[in-house]
Design a protein around this ligand. Structure first.
Ligand code: FE2
Length: 216
């Protein structure tokens, strides 16, 4: 892997984490990562996330050969006060490929290929590398990445999807809605840098699940 720009988490540490995670991938049973609608990951995947003791804070969820525009999303997960970074918070993300399809086998929203799990560092950080997802074929549905959050004191729930400010399918209504999220907006402003990689930041404020709960 060629990506690691963080001085506090050196390349050796990242590679060690990545290799451990790769070994753990069979536990995630990629082929069984069924999606029961956009916002429901399969129980096996959620269980694997919770049972694994070696989930990296930083990961790559696509192969180098994955078609699409490369994208790195990073951020910090905070306590409900919005100021205290939280360690050990799980973030599970999944998305379509560049054509807006969740799976290369069947084209429905089950068995999505592109997903990954992270667990925050002591300073609350997470990061994943992927490609920009596509809108659903033939739709005006904005590009998006689904996400679940959970932690030792935070039962799992799903958060608003990651969206992108430059997406023409983002409506004014969505912009108004998410403007209220302030610094925790789920609409990211992406910048494409000289290496051709889009980058964006999304900080997340966890909450005790009261809506969007998965019951886990
Ligand atoms: Fe979706």
């Amino acid at each position: 892997m060629t990506y690691d720009s963080d001085s506090k988490h050196d390349r050796r540490s990242f590679l060690r984490q990545a290799s451990v995670f790769a070994l753990g991938l069979p536990l995630l049973e990629l082929s069984s990562f069924g999606l029961l609608g956009c916002n429901q990951a399969s129980s096996s995947s959620r269980a694997a996330l919770g049972e694994s003791g070696m989930v990296p804070w930083k990961t790559t969820i696509v192969a180098e050969s994955e078609p699409g525009e490369p994208l790195i999303i990073s951020g910090t997960i905070y306590a409900p006060d919005g100021r205290t970074p939280l360690e050990g918070i799980n973030l599970l993300v999944y998305q379509t490929d560049k054509t807006g399809v969740y799976s290369t086998t069947g084209g429905d929203n089950r068995n999505t290929r592109i997903h990954g799990a992270m667990r925050t560092t002591a300073d609350g950080r997470y990061e994943f590398r992927t490609i920009r997802p596509g809108s659903y074929p033939g739709s005006r549905n904005p590009q998006h990445i689904h996400a679940y959050v959970s932690g030792p004191e935070y039962p799992e729930y799903w958060i608003d999807e990651y969206h992108f400010n430059d997406d023409p399918f983002i409506t004014d209504e969505m912009r108004r809605k998410f403007a209220a999220q302030g610094a925790f907006s789920s609409i990211l402003t992406l910048k494409r840098e000289s290496d051709g990689v889009w980058r964006g930041v999304r900080d997340i404020k966890v909450e005790k699940c009261s809506r969007n709960c998965t019951g886990r």
